[in-house]
Design a protein around this ligand. Structure first.
Ligand code: AHG
Ligand code: MN
Ligand code: MN
Length: 345
């Protein structure tokens, strides 16, 4: 390098830990019991444990398949199973949930009777984008927290789990990427925390994230083009067609882990789409623990999330592993895409 001077920026660590941030939120709610704070801490702890294995994935025996398939007929990777058990055990130990549901469990995950006083319900995708593990690309964890609807004291029920996304108390995701980040919202803004491995803690690095109203990237598995509805094919053709002053053509970005694609979309704007197609009319993504929590976060950041018919968060779920088409991201980009899909443009 020659000419000028160059200063390396210091770590973005203003000093607010995730634990402190959650505690501050609790103090702002009169009469809050601290149960939510403790539940959140157990989830955070689980993500750190998962991360410790993810970063050594090529060295310890975690790469590859378990030889099993899950309820959706997908291959279960060893890390899927490790992440699933880690979250279940950690959250169970806290005693604040009355029932859980995970992508990797066919049925509801009951908790021991001593936890039947738990006020909350946890839904999660322990490891998102697990096809990326073996090739060292980004993966993630997604979670959604609801208040229980069944009477406190008994076991949690299917009714506790089948709540519309709109009723969520909090949602979050972790990206195991070039650094580990946790992004969450509990209704008062969307905040991002970067993990500092030298301290073993997440620190506030992205306060009050707002998604731009329009972006310049689109994220979709274009290999499925010939299976898509006609309107969606027209939209993709349009988004790639240059037009002066329109911002088009957009750039394509698709890593194959929704958390990573969505994280980029949240920070930079643009749109992520996983549509229904002739092979899978309701698409691939799961409503309860993939689409809903990410839709909740994006809406809280000022963006939009549609299933092509209406807001994803308004869908009343009818089954545990139900799938949904998903159009999520910048408000104006989602509106354009859905208009093409419906044949309105
Ligand atoms: P999971 O690993 O939890 O099963 O999720 C993978 C999902 C999602 O993260 C990603 O966006 C999508 O599958 C990619 O699917 P395609 O390979 O069909 O594009
Ligand atoms: Mn997933
Ligand atoms: Mn998964």
């Amino acid at each position: 390098m020659s000419g000028g001077s160059y200063t390396l920026a210091g770590p973005a660590r203003p000093g607010t830990s995730l634990a402190y941030h959650i505690l501050e939120r609790q103090r702002a709610i009169p009469g809050a019991s601290g149960d939510f704070t403790e539940l959140f801490q157990q989830i955070t702890l689980a993500t750190k444990t998962i991360h410790s294995l993810v970063r050594r994935a090529g060295l310890v025996n975690v790469i590859g398949s378990t030889g099993l398939t899950n309820v959706q007929g997908e291959i279960v990777q060893k890390l899927d199973e490790f992440a699933n058990q880690t979250i279940i055990k950690s959250v169970e130990a806290g005693g604040h949930v009355c029932v859980m549901a995970s992508e990797e469990n066919d049925e509801l995950i009951p908790v021991p009777p001593e936890s039947h006083g738990g006020k909350y319900v946890l839904l999660f995708d322990p490891l998102d984008g697990s096809g990326n593990i073996d090739v060292n690309a980004s993966i993630g964890t997604i979670f959604a927290i609801y208040r229980r609807r069944s009477p406190v004291g008994g076991p949690g029920t299917l009714d506790d789990v089948l709540q519309p996304g709109r009723d969520m108390v909090a949602a979050g995701y972790v990206v195991y990427g070039s650094s580990m980040m946790l992004v969450y919202t509990a209704g008062r803004g969307v905040h991002g925390f970067t993990y500092d491995p030298t301290v073993g803690e997440y620190f506030l690095s992205h306060e009050n994230i707002r998604i731009p109203d329009r972006g310049d990237t689109y994220s979709i598995n274009e290999g499925n083009y010939h299976r898509w509805p006609e309107g969606l094919r027209r939209w993709v053709d349009w988004i790639k067609t240059p037009e002066a002053g329109s911002g088009r053509p957009y750039s394509a970005r698709y890593i194959g882990a929704m958390v990573a694609d969505l994280h980029r979309t949240l920070l930079r704007g643009g749109i992520f789409v996983y549509p229904g197609d002739v092979k899978r009319p309701e698409g691939k993504l799961r409503l309860l623990y993939e689409a809903n929590p990410l839709a909740f976060i994006v809406e809280a950041a000022g963006g939009a999330a549609s299933d092509g018919r209406g807001a994803v968060l308004d869908v009343v779920p009818t089954s545990l592993h139900q799938r949904t088409p998903l159009f999520v991201g910048s408000r104006l980009d989602v509106a354009d895409c859905v208009a093409f899909l419906r044949g309105e443009r």
